[in-house]
Design a protein around this ligand. Sequence first.
Ligand SMILES: [Zn+2]
Length: 473
Amino acid sequence: MKSVRKVRLKADTTYVAAIAFVMLIPYVVSGFSRTGEPSDLDPRIVKVVQSVSEDRLVAILKKLESFGTRSTLSSIDTPDRGIGAAREWILKEMSNYSPRLQVSFDSYRVAKQGRITRDVEVRNVMAVLPGKTARRVYVSGHYDTLARPGGQGSANASRPSFGDPDAPVVPVTDPDAPLDNLAPGVNDDGSGTALTIELARVFSQSGIDFDATLVFMCHVAEEQGLIGARLHAEKAVAQKIRIDAVLNNDIVGNDKSGNAIVDGATIRVYSEGPEDSPSRELARFVQRWGARYVPSHKVRLMARPDRFGRGGDHSAYNQFGFAAVGFRESRENFTRQHDVRDTFEGISAAYLAQNARVNAASMAVLGLAPPAPVVVNERGQPMIGRQPSGYDANLRWNASPGAAAYRIFWREAWGPDWQHDMLVGAATEAVLPNMQIDDYVLGVAAVDADGHESVVAPYVAPARPGGPVKTVP
Ligand SMILES: [Zn+2]
């Protein structure tokens, strides 16, 4: 166990002290740029980000499109068409990347219910890159597809003729027969699937030994109610598998909206609340590290679980208590969703590659950093107080394995983004004198000797259940 070292900063010299700390601690410097100036970017992560290949993404998308449909209810025994052929190809493709990558089907028998019109075997395709520890970080998409009459364009507009006059009609078929009508799903969600498959290649060939176990997950049956993701998340809970983060990508390959607005320079990231939930901290982490490793692409955080009336697999993980966020392209073209026109023509490969790079940067830092510190005691109470003066901010946390330092974050209690941060060395307690804890949100992240930083663990007041007041009868 590390000895507890207490850090005290003088009230009027907080920033000076912070600067002094940074200067005294040599291990914050993780790499050097070509000019010889210290850089807080890890050159290995820079290489991972640079290894994302637009050409590979294009090849994967065209292959996925070639199956005609990947509907969960489509044929499983037709060569080159339907979900059976598609899942076999994804399995084989990822198996080729590296002997370190463990690729398998994650299969379930699902009974007829809701949008599952008959009993069906569903298979997620997962690739696991084992780390030094068993805790897991996921990147995901869903490889199943859907096309229905009028697609999402008609569903969104007030009447079909207004939203989508050219929408082709998809014939209704026998629910007991394989649903083999055309449903190319190149953007929804071939884009998230291709991104996941490409990152499986990049990470498994990086030569880096990650601390966390990395999982590249192609979910199934998303379109029938997040079924593949829900079954997997439920299994993870039952088997006590620790999932620290899920980066879910669904509709991330198109940069031109149906109303002609183009935005290829930003990506939306949705996360469920409340404001300091684990998913919100993960979202802030993605923005912080995405901005450093892919400064040309802006992460736009959305303080809501998802878009109106829409859902995605990250919510399935949230339902089982895991931190998970949803990446969504900034400008959607609804006439190319859930529609036979969701084809390769609707894809911007350059845009998809940028989104893949933001995911790669986030996953690499998450995978290399120590786990976030625990900031609550055995009773679940946040270890924050006003000691020693009674007017200070006193933060305590449990040491994280592998941490060489900790970084304190704070912001005013009315505001979504961290405003300040300060490195405090290998302490497990810090005092910020005269700082009124009621007016700030405070948190702490673990940092390893190479500067890899965890998600921030915030000090959050637990909800106080209100009981009934006894009144005199
Ligand atoms: Zn989707």
